[in-house]
Design a protein around this ligand. Structure first.
Ligand SMILES: [Zn+2]
Length: 184
């Protein structure tokens, strides 16, 4: 059992390093830095916040203190920066987790990943309307957006529309190698 787990972890790490050659040159840290120091891999359901242990199918969670955003995702992997996440209220932390989880099935659809997180929070009862506004203030107010993410005000309008049910459920789209939450 030990060997099987070790083998699975080795494969995951190998995949990460392989992807890093293509996905990370433009980013401010390398994947080896991401994996250095106190980073650790958590099995599905092991990451907890406020007594909750959200799951994202069989997706593992990499706790990386050197990751440059609150969260990110790779294929079959959610990345969380514990130092940055610690600064957020627990409901916002759950939003970040479920946004990155959304990419596991939705691919590169940012609005869809946001909306899936909002719908999950509303359905599970931990996300109230005022929490949507808080998420906007805490994560996106200073975001200029990029070619994948709309600017903060527009993104927040989508969040509110999603919460009210005004926009349809997200659709799957082809994935890309690395997603970050894009909060700056
Ligand atoms: Zn995203």
């Amino acid at each position: 059992m030990y060997r099987v787990c070790r083998a699975a972890l080795s494969l995951t790490l190998a995949a990460l390093f392989w992807m890093s050659a293509f996905a990370l040159p433009a980013q401010s840290v390398t994947m080896s830095e991401l994996m250095a120091g106190n980073s650790r891999m958590l099995a599905p359901g092991q990451w907890q916040v406020n007594g909750r242990a959200p799951r994202c199918g069989s997706t593992q969670t990499l706790i990386s203190p050197t990751f440059w955003d609150y969260g990110g995702s790779l294929s079959d992997l959610i990345i969380l920066n514990p130092e940055k996440m610690r600064q957020l209220p627990w409901r916002t932390q759950l939003f970040v987790y479920h946004h990155e989880c959304g990419h596991q099935t939705l691919g590169s659809d940012e609005i869809g990943a946001d909306c899936q997180a909002i719908q999950t929070g509303k359905r599970e009862g931990w996300l109230r309307p005022r929490d949507v506004n808080a998420i906007c203030q805490q994560l996106f107010i200073n975001s200029a957006g990029d070619r994948f993410h709309p600017p903060g005000p527009e993104r927040c309008e989508y969040l509110r529309q999603c919460y009210s049910g005004a926009i349809p459920a997200p659709r799957r789209s082809p994935g890309r190698t690395l997603d970050t939450l894009n909060t700056r």
